[in-house]
Design a protein around this ligand. Structure first.
Ligand code: GMT
Length: 375
């Protein structure tokens, strides 16, 4: 199958999922065309089955806002015609489903049928999408997709709660390549981060309000009082600077390492002992799944789709949003005793294996077949 994938090329979860799905489909022999404004960060190599087409938006002084959707839909039309793309899979409703639908309609005028699968990822529904300024366009593009998927049951329900969606929504969870995580990290730089006797706690996100970054710091503050430890903060975003200030104010600046965006996530997780994810809401929590696949138990909030990923008392613990005391207590119950920590690490790996890439790619392939049949 020749499949066009539209996604955000950045470090965000939806872009990561889209990229890894595309690469997995390519290894199964599909021809994949990524169409976006930059080469996706996780896209390791381009080969005969993996192509990247850059969307350019020429700057023009008249435009206060550059019309990306217009440029994207035009690029989609051109690429479909040039490469014979047979199906479009758009990740994140805004504006990808909207631009995809426009491309589909333009192609229809020329007698070309293009089934479109839309995957909802979370903030396109729960935060941004339901804003009254976007809602009619998001509702329209979901309803006009030939097939809609969501990354969790919780997000599926949220979509029905917030939008007048007439479509069936298929839950296809995010996934992990368990085989890749079985390999030992190439170079272990643990000693650069912490002393041997210290535990390593990690958080990875885009440092937005929804991630409740101060809760990460406050929870770690309580942890390090009891157990010698370091906190590694991976990612960039608006909450990073206030977080650095908070660490200084709490007197733990020397115990918290902010590493920024990283392509070495697996390596960092490879030597981490605990992952904190105290988000306000989270449709899935891909970062938590990646942590578990690397043998890192997760202490998270009990919100959105996270309980579908992190099993309470097994791969980690679920706590009420904002309850830093409980998150610290649960973290300490894992970290204090080496045997307990080892048990949770193994259970985290076993839990992550439930989200193996092969099963999920099978699900997407079956849905692509269905989208073809329905057009
Ligand atoms: O806020 C983020 O984490 C980025 C956002 C994205 O679209 O890249 O993440 C959403 O999609 C991820 C992949 O499906 C999910 O794992 C995240 O839980 C979801 N984020 C939220 O719902 C806040």
């Amino acid at each position: 199958m020749k499949i066009g994938i539209v996604c955000y090329p950045t470090f965000g979860g939806s872009g990561v999922v889209a990229t890894e799905l595309g690469m997995a489909l390519a290894t199964r022999g599909h021809e994949i065309h990524f169409i976006t404004y930059r080469q996706p960060v996780r896209l390791e190599l381009l080969d005969k089955n993996i192509h990247f087409h850059e969307v350019n938006v020429p700057e023009y002084p008249l435009f206060h806002y550059q019309p990306y959707e217009l440029a994207l839909s035009s690029k989609l039309v051109d690429m479909v015609k040039m490469h014979g793309i047979e199906l479009l899979h758009v990740h994140y409703a805004i504006p990808h489903a909207y631009a995809g639908y426009m491309a589909k309609k333009m192609l229809e005028e020329e007698g070309i049928k293009l089934p479109m699968v839309t995957t909802l990822h979370g903030t396109d529904i729960t935060l941004v999408g339901k804003h009254p300024f976007y809602k009619p366009a998001v509702t329209f593009s979901i309803n006009k997709s030939d097939l809609v998927t969501s990354v969790s049951e919780s997000l599926r329900q949220d979509t029905f709660d917030h939008f007048d969606v007439k479509q069936e929504i298929h839950v296809v969870p995010n996934f992990i390549d368990s085989e890749r995580h079985k390999k030992p990290p190439m170079v272990c730089k643990r000693e650069r981060m912490a002393r041997k006797e210290e535990r390593i706690v990690t958080h990875i996100s885009n440092f937005r309000k929804v991630k409740r970054i101060p809760d990460v710091i406050k929870t770690f503050y309580l942890i390090q009082k009891e157990v010698p430890s370091k906190l590694i903060m991976v990612g960039e975003g608006p909450e990073k600077e206030p977080a650095e200030e908070l660490c200084e104010n709490l007197g733990i600046g020397n115990k918290v390492i902010f590493v920024g965006n990283s392509n070495e996530v697996d390596q960092i997780l490879g030597y981490s002992d605990l992952f904190l994810l105290p988000s306000e809401t989270e449709s899935f929590g891909l970062a938590a799944l990646e942590a578990m696949a690397n043998g890192v138990p997760v202490v998270s909030s009990d919100t959105g789709g996270i309980p579908e990923v992190n099993e309470h008392g097994y791969s980690g613990y679920l706590c009420e949003v904002g309850d830093c005391d409980d998150m610290a207590e649960k973290s300490l119950s894992i970290l204090r005793d080496p045997a307990t920590l080892e048990r949770f690490k193994q259970q985290a790996i076993a839990q992550a294996a439930k989200f193996d890439i092969d099963k999920v790619v099978d699900m997407y392939e079956a849905l692509y077949e269905r989208a073809f049949a329905e057009v």
